[in-house]
Design a binder for this molecule. Structure first.
Ligand SMILES: Cc1ncc(COP(=O)(O)O)c(C=O)c1O
Length: 415
């Protein structure tokens, strides 16, 4: 059968964030669009309001046309990531033979934890951080120890030193789960910061697992450093996938990558873990890394414009809310503590991603805008909301305008 001609892509050379109308988006059945009633603008869970990149859609369409829907095989995904990593980040010693396909990033984190830590051992995380870091680590029988970010929202090396010390004392084989770039703050860790992390981890004997799912989403002005390219990271692992950048969360497949001295550990990954990723997922993620860069660059331009638009909108409609311009991701971490909104849950209780309290509850009830509630991101999260700006400028403008009106209507508003 001849390969089908690539589809004519009406959105080629256009900002993918402006390609779909609200009516089209509301036809989606994923959690972002179905968890709330249709009068709510959903800017919460990390899905993007974009159409599929044409090379990804074409690869999937070809698989469907061929009935190529069996089990995955081979190393094409890792090869595509390796080539992308070399082009984009100058990671030239990426080793395909030091990778393994896992169902998704979080399952990969758990499986790597099972390889290098024991039940009851400590896993250090830097809150505020992606809430499943708590849930998956605890569910795997490991204990979370927090090393909060500093007031500038960057890694706090003194806090890490202290937490690594406590983690070491708490069990035989501790680990550090790094979020690189960081969700929810959008901070992109600098090379010197990562070098300091590697030195500390080595000194205290912690294995580092770097979640790099947001790595392709670094915006102009910042540069992504793959943790495994840092001296001292030879015993570390990275987990990555095309899922966040190309909006492929529904097509499961991710990669675990081992540093040179961790490859023997990765070889111990049980064979059954490789049964989790789907063949269509592998096809989609491979196409994204292999041929999705032009689309990605258009997306990054759109996200860069949106982070500036958001800054303007917050200043105009939410002057009492703090906006820390993200360096990467499509997530904005908004400080609503000066709005004086009471929280009805224990402070900083890491929890379920969809839990709502304080400002996020108020914005849902009063503005009909769904955001992620800060308290589920651990220490330092209460009073904050996370806003997903991977949407059209029109939806972003409508949402922040509504939020501003809701704050203005608060009984004794600080805004
Ligand atoms: C930092 C981080 N890690 C992991 C994930 C989830 O990835 P996956 O669906 O591949 O487990 C997300 C999703 O938003 C994330 O932000």
């Amino acid at each position: 059968m001849a390969s089908p001609a690539p589809s004519a892509d009406p959105t080629a050379n256009r900002n993918p964030l402006t390609a779909l109308t609200l009516d089209e988006l509301r036809q989606r059945t994923s959690v972002k669009w179905r968890a709330h009633p249709s009068d709510v603008l959903p800017l919460w869970v990390a899905e993007q309001d974009v159409p599929l990149a044409a090379p990804v859609a074409d690869a999937l369409r070809r698989a469907i046309d061929l009935g190529d829907t069996g089990y995955p095989h081979g190393t094409a995904y890792a090869e595509a990531l390796g080539a992308f990593a070399a082009r984009r980040w100058g990671w030239h010693d990426f080793r395909v033979d030091h990778t393994t396909v896992v169902p998704d990033v979080m399952m990969g984190v758990v499986e790597v934890l099972r390889l290098v830590t024991d039940p009851g051992d400590a896993v250090v995380v830097c809150p505020p951080v992606y809430p499943p870091f708590y849930a998956f680590v605890s569910h795997a029988g490991r204990r979370v120890i927090e090393a909060p970010l500093g007031p500038d929202l960057r890694l706090d090396l003194a806090a890490l030193d202290d937490a690594f010390h406590r983690a070491r004392a708490a069990g035989r084989r501790p680990a550090f789960l790094l979020c690189n770039p960081h969700n929810p703050t959008g901070v992109v860790h600098r090379r010197d910061e990562l070098e300091a992390v590697a030195e500390l981890a080595d000194r205290h004997g912690l294995r580092v697992i770097s979640d790099e799912i947001h790595a392709p989403l670094v915006l102009p002005g910042a540069r992504f450093t793959p943790y495994l390219t840092v001296p001292g990271a030879e015993y570390a692992f990275a987990l990555t996938s095309a899922s966040k950048a190309w909006n492929l969360a529904g097509l499961k497949a991710a990669l675990a990558v081992a540093g040179p001295w961790a490859a023997a550990d990765l070889d111990r990954m049980p064979e059954e873990v490789g049964h989790g990723p789907s063949h269509l997922g592998v096809i989609a993620h491979t196409a994204a890394f292999h041929a999705g860069e032009q689309w990605l660059d258009l997306l990054l331009d759109g996200l860069d414009a949106n982070r500036t638009l958001l800054e303007t909108l917050v200043a105009r409609h939410l002057p009492a809310v703090g906006y820390h311009r993200p360096e990467g991701t499509y997530l904005a971490w908004l400080d609503c503590t000066r709005l004086g909104i009471a929280t009805d849950v224990p402070a900083d209780e890491p929890g379920v991603v969809s839990d709502l309290a304080g400002p996020a509850r108020m914005f849902l009830d009063q503005a009909r805008v769904a955001l992620s509630s800060g308290h589920v991101f651990g220490t330092g999260g209460t009073g904050f909301v996370r806003l997903n700006f991977a949407t059209s400028p029109a939806i972003l403008t409508d949402a922040v305008t509504r939020m501003g009106r809701a704050v203005d209507a608060l009984p004794s508003s600080a805004g």
